[in-house]
Design a protein around this ligand. Structure first.
Ligand SMILES: C[S@@+](CC[C@H](N)C(=O)[O-])C[C@H]1O[C@@H](n2cnc3c(N)ncnc32)[C@H](O)[C@@H]1O
Length: 247
């Protein structure tokens, strides 16, 4: 949530009868959904989605949904904005649901219960759908099942927010960055997960994409939103001269 000064408060409203609002219910579901996002990062994402939806610049886009944890934080933020009169919008959640490299058999984040016995391949889509349905968020989230870069190439029009948390290998991460960031409307938000300045903490591509965004002169970071490995930037209305930004 944002206060009058635009600061993040992170407290969804209750309804007059004291019952939790819809955004609060979806937020509670997000907290209970398994995935790869710390709950503090989830709250920062929730607040960013609310800000982006309030700006009314276009749909919100998520790359990398897995079981829907980040999806539900984003959806709760979007719903909170709608509860406060934001223009109608939707969250496009893109994932091929075949898992990233580190989720395949034999790798660190493999979950054998997600293997489809019919194909022998990872398939997170059924549990993603079940989690959205349980949270009551199916109407606000449009799931796009496919390769994120191909989807970017096939869709047109400006978007109000892009959250990048898909493949973390260099080719995929850069394809997401290059395919989606030009689509952000001025004032739109770019969120990137797993940004690790210290290589000892994790892979480089998300950090390098974040640096490229700052260095381009087209983005400013929302310093207040910086949470663990999550970074949120806003697209400038007027680019500044490209420069090496401090970080
Ligand atoms: C780190 S997980 C996302 C975690 C999720 N955001 C959460 O909150 O738990 C990365 C996801 O990106 C998806 N993915 C990887 N490469 C992709 C690509 N090229 N196109 C679409 N989805 C991709 C994987 O299937 C996986 O579900």
């Amino acid at each position: 949530m944002t206060g009058r000064d635009g600061a993040v408060t992170g407290t969804p409203p209750a309804q007059p009868d004291g019952a939790p609002s819809r955004s609060a219910a979806v937020l509670a579901a997000a907290h209970g959904t398994p995935g790869f996002l710390d709950q503090r990062e989830g709250m920062a994402l929730f607040a960013a989605a609310e800000v982006a939806a309030q700006r009314g610049l276009g749909p919100l886009v998520e790359i990398g949904a897995y079981l829907g944890r980040s999806t539900l934080f984003l959806a709760a933020g979007l719903i909170a904005a709608l509860e406060h009169g934001a223009p109608p919008s939707i969250l496009l959640s893109i994932d091929h649901h075949r898992g990233s490299e580190e989720m395949q058999a034999g790798w660190e984040h493999h979950d054998a219960t997600l293997v489809d016995p019919a194909t022998g391949r990872m398939d997170s889509l059924p549990r993603f759908r079940a989690n959205l349905w349980r949270a009551g968020a199916e109407d606000i989230v449009a799931a796009v099942v496919g390769d994120s870069a191909r989807v970017a190439a096939a869709l047109s029009g400006p978007v109000g927010m892009v959250f990048i948390d898909g493949g973390h290998g260099a080719n995929v991460a850069w394809a997401d960055y290059r395919g989606w960031t030009p689509r952000l409307a001025p004032g739109g938000l770019l969120a990137i997960h797993d940004v690790f300045p210290d290589p000892a903490d994790g892979g480089r591509p998300p950090y390098e994409c974040y640096c490229a965004a700052l260095d381009s002169g087209e983005f400013d970071e929302l310093e207040d939103a910086r949470t663990l490995s999550l970074r949120v930037l806003t697209r400038r209305r007027v680019p500044r001269a490209p420069q090496r930004a401090s970080r």
